[in-house]
Design a binder for this molecule. Structure first.
Ligand code: FE
Length: 335
């Protein structure tokens, strides 16, 4: 069980909006998230409210685009994954705060900006994939244990500079202080089976191939691998272990959204955020995408257990990212 409790407020205001709206019934989204991940959610919103959701999808450059478009931008919302990218959008000055009782009630404080500049809409746990064959149950339970001598030459990870790893390191700084966190990262590097390379799934592939016994990855890749005939054997070769369940909980990150500064369809944009944070929107995220709802009161994805999440503020993680990145350089993590 996750250790957060909060009430779920229904998304409200749709009727008011429809009646009062002099603007077109639409909302414009710039999305780093892929179409298959957000379109089912946007369709449910349109079905419910009559508000059309127009989306520009891109892999990069959306913040730059918002900067160059300035006040003329048609965009109302920006969607992305990782606290780092939401924080970068905030720092770039292209978003503005939202105050909403529904968002405050539906989204735990640790998963939104204290000033409302960004909101987490789903969580992703950064967990361990461990070899079924070579690691007995109870073999590894905490991030701290990754530096134990018994794991020497047995761990695979992606680059220490990737946003997922940087956020995890930042959380270690928040919990243990700079010095201990740096010793941890250096110790983890010592235990690596190979130079950091590839994505989260590539590490599980390496476990399947016998190159290493433990990897660090985001939870949703487990289901993705199970659903892919070519990758199924990789997933079948590992167990999923949620770290630090007897302590602070597993490190989580978010996918989320922010209101674009000067959004032309501001009220509709906030209505969309509120819908996505509602019980209905959160349930869809879990069922369709295999993402964890931001509230532990709502059932998580199939094939994955409920777990205890670290409640460390992601705003704090964001502040420590730069230091975490420098730390990866200092210990030459990728070298
Ligand atoms: Fe990912």
């Amino acid at each position: 069980m996750r250790n957060r409790t909060l009430g779920i407020a229904a998304a409200t205001g749709f009727a008011v909006l429809a009646a009062a709206s002099a603007q077109a019934a639409e909302v414009n989204v710039y999305s780093y998230r892929q179409p298959f991940l957000v379109e089912p959610l946007f369709k449910a919103f349109t079905d419910k409210t009559g508000i059309a959701v127009n989306v520009v999808f891109a892999k990069k450059g959306l913040v730059e685009r918002l900067k160059s478009e300035g006040a003329a931008s048609p965009a109302d919302l920006i969607f992305t994954v990782d606290i780092g990218r939401l924080h970068d959008a905030m720092k770039a000055g292209v978003v503005e705060p939202v105050k909403s009782d529904a968002l405050a009630a539906n989204i735990p404080a640790s998963l939104r900006d204290p000033d409302g500049n960004w909101y987490g809409l789903t969580t992703r746990a950064r967990l361990f994939f461990v070899s079924k064959d070579r690691v007995p149950g109870g073999g590894i339970g905490t991030y701290e244990q990754l530096t134990d001598p018994e794991w020497k030459g047995r761990i695979c990870t992606r680059s220490g500079k990737h946003v997922y790893m940087v956020a995890l390191t930042a959380s270690m700084i928040a919990h243990h202080g700079k010095e201990k966190a740096e010793a941890w990262l250096a110790g983890l590097k010592v235990n690596l089976a190979r130079r950091p390379q590839g994505n989260d799934r590539a590490q599980v592939k390496a476990i399947h191939a016998g190159e290493c016994d433990v990897s660090i990855g985001n939870h949703y890749y487990y289901r993705k691998m199970l659903d892919d005939p070519k990758q199924r054997a990789w997933a079948d070769s590992v167990r999923v272990v949620f770290p630090n369940q007897d302590g602070r909980g597993a490190h989580v990150n978010i996918s989320g959204a922010a209101l674009v500064k000067g959004a032309p369809n501001r009220a509709n944009a906030i209505a969309l955020l509120e819908f996505l944070s509602s019980r209905e929107g959160q349930g869809l995220y879990a069922r369709v995408n295999g993402e964890y709802p931001v509230s532990p009161e709502i059932a998580g994805p199939e094939k994955l257990a409920a777990f205890k999440a670290d409640t460390l503020s992601l705003a704090r993680v964001a502040e420590l990212r730069a230091e975490a990145g420098r730390m990866a350089d200092r210990v030459d993590y990728d070298g």
